[in-house]
Design a protein around this ligand. Structure first.
Ligand code: NAI
Ligand code: MG
Length: 368
């Protein structure tokens, strides 16, 4: 059995609490012989700043580079509000994304049956919802140059951001989306605005070419990004994989995420390029939520976003599809049997602690 090298970076606030529940699952999977892991744990964010004077050390970066996957908790908190800008806790995460070349951000929106009534949409619209937004993460208008505010001769100011994509950048994100769709329901919806943007014209052209060349078995549709936002709220179950640029992905993934309820439920993956020799890709998995200082240290955090991130890691980095399915089924079962942390419990109902939620999922795994 292959041994998978996993680097755990719990971070700050509730990060260590939710990571603790992931460690229970990792131990269970190892003990039961489902998979073999070599795990290391290190500091990131404010915790690293307190120890090393920077939010991620070079040694941690070396470990991240050598690992098959990184599991990241969350960073930040008021304690580090006045540290120098380049050492703020978030800088550790940004360095990881940049240095590992993590250009593809995958954000699933899954609606667990037991929580359908917690959505802002009617339960029948979201029950069984399982879609993924694939967002390009390292290009587009957030990074394109020129990017500036200049003062004009007449005293007015002018701001400019540049939406910029190359064929290579679009090609590689399209491939991630098509590959992913093949492991799911085989459909990709590419969202852009070719009707008003040159980058949209190129986006559509490259996605169409990649599809024709290598993925003609996958269903491809093109959708205007604004229409996509509307469709996500009207009838989200029409989608499987949605691929889009950095800006549209930022917005569409927040819309999709919120269809399903609490921030404490949402996992994510950030993937790099495939190594042509080994076929492996750099990857970091993290919950969408932050360090939640308001509830940290009190056993109130929902560990499902973090545990769901481990399930994505098993699926996308380690090819442990059965184990990933089983873990996701265990989350569903724990919820169905009534375990709820406070963020997803109904008003006045009994809530379980972070650790009890983790235990309920491990117990469901054992029955699975
Ligand atoms: P947040 O996501 O930490 O919290 C927002 C609200 O959701 C809070 O009321 C919190 O209690 C709740 N919440 C979040 N995760 C939860 C969970 N697992 N279970 C139950 N409730 C949960 O966002 P906020 O408050 O804006 O930021 C707090 C800190 O986290 C800041 O320092 C911010 O910079 C940092 N942050 C870090 C991120 C990361 O590490 N990737 C992402 C977002 C924020
Ligand atoms: Mg956002």
């Amino acid at each position: 059995m292959a041994t998978h090298k996993l680097l755990l970076l719990p971070g700050d606030g509730i990060g260590p609490e939710v990571m603790g529940e992931v460690e229970k699952i990792v131990s269970w999977l190892s003990k039961e012989g489902v998979a073999s892991f070599e795990t290391e744990r290190d500091l990131v964010g404010g915790a690293a700043y307190d120890t090393h004077g920077k939010s991620i050390s070079d040694e941690t970066m070396r470990l991240a580079d050598a690992a098959d996957a990184v599991l990241f908790g969350a960073v930040g908190g008021a304690k580090w509000a006045s540290v120098p800008y380049e050492h703020r806790p978030e800088a550790g995460l940004l360095r990881l994304r940049k240095d590992l070349g993590l250009f593809a951000n995958l954000r699933p929106a899954i609606c667990y049956p037991a929580l359908a009534s917690a959505s802002s949409l009617k339960p029948e619209l979201v029950e069984g919802l399982d879609i993924v937004i694939v967002r390009e993460l390292t290009g587009g208008v957030y990074f394109g140059e020129p990017k500036e505010i200049v003062t004009l001769e007449n005293g007015e100011k002018r701001a400019v951001d540049t939406q910029l994509y190359t064929t290579g950048e679009i090609d590689r994100i399209a491939r991630v989306a098509f590959d992913l769709a093949r492991k799911r329901r085989n459909k990709v919806s590419s969202a852009e605005k070719h009707n008003v943007m040159k980058s949209g014209v190129l986006w559509k052209e490259v996605v169409t070419r990649v599809h024709a060349q290598d993925f003609s078995d996958v269903t491809l549709e093109h959708v205007l990004a604004d229409n996509c936002a509307m469709q996500l709220v009207r009838y989200p179950k029409q989608y499987d994989v949605i691929v889009c640029d950095n800006l549209f992905g930022d917005i569409l993934s927040d819309v999709a995420a919120m269809l399903t309820g609490s921030l404490g439920m949402l996992p994510s993956a950030s993937l790099g390029a495939e190594d042509p020799q080994t076929g492996k890709r750099k990857a970091l998995y993290e919950p969408v939520h932050g360090s939640a200082p308001d509830i940290a240290g009190r056993g109130l955090a929902n560990p499902i976003a973090m545990i769901g991130s481990l399930a994505m890691c098993l699926r996308y980095s380690f090819g442990l599809i059965e184990a990933a399915d089983r873990l996701e089924a265990a989350i569903t079962e724990a919820l169905a049997s009534g375990s709820r942390t406070k963020d997803i419990a109904s008003e006045g109902a009994n809530a379980v602690s972070t650790s009890e939620m983790g235990d309920a999922i491990v117990a469901a795994l054992g029955r699975g």
